[in-house]
Ligand binder design. Structure first.
Ligand code: AMP
Length: 127
């Protein structure tokens, strides 16, 4: 599968330091920052530093080190923002949108971490 990565997308510009961000956590391969338009009291985006378009690109193209770093960083973000169940947090939801059906706006792989309130059902019927 061939993926086309747009190096001018907004998250690529954040990674190059061209646009500021409100960082929650930075590791060797991963950056996490607050979403600029939060849809819940907790809304953090976790992105790999590598040039991956979406989840399946990352899952098939990234190294084991990148994937482990990303996954562990996302869990650490849940702890940092106080959302981890069993550690006094109220829980969270992770979402990753891809492509047209997923209504992905920014074409750099990102994981949304949402929490801080009861989020309701996973999907709403729109038909
Ligand atoms: P998606 O629809 O899954 O591609 O989500 C893109 C997300 O990026 C949205 O929730 C936006 O609010 C968020 N976003 C766009 N620009 C920025 C930015 N400069 N800093 C932080 N979050 C952003």
């Amino acid at each position: 599968m061939a993926y086309t990565y747009d190096p001018q997308n907004i998250f690529a510009r954040i990674l190059r330091g061209e646009i500021p961000n409100n960082t929650v956590l930075e590791t060797e391969h991963t950056l996490a920052f607050h979403d600029i338009g939060p849809q819940a009291p907790i809304h953090v985006l976790v992105i790999p530093k590598g040039a991956y378009v979406n989840f399946d690109h990352f899952a098939t193209g990234a190294s084991a080190e990148e994937i482990a770093d990303f996954t562990r960083a996302a869990a650490e973000v849940c702890r940092i923002v106080g959302a981890t169940p069993g550690e006094g947090g109220g829980g969270y939801r992770t979402i990753s949108n891809a492509g047209e059906a997923g209504v992905q706006e920014v074409p750099h792989y990102h994981l949304h971490i949402l929490g801080g309130r009861v989020l309701g059902r996973m999907l709403q019927r729109i038909d």
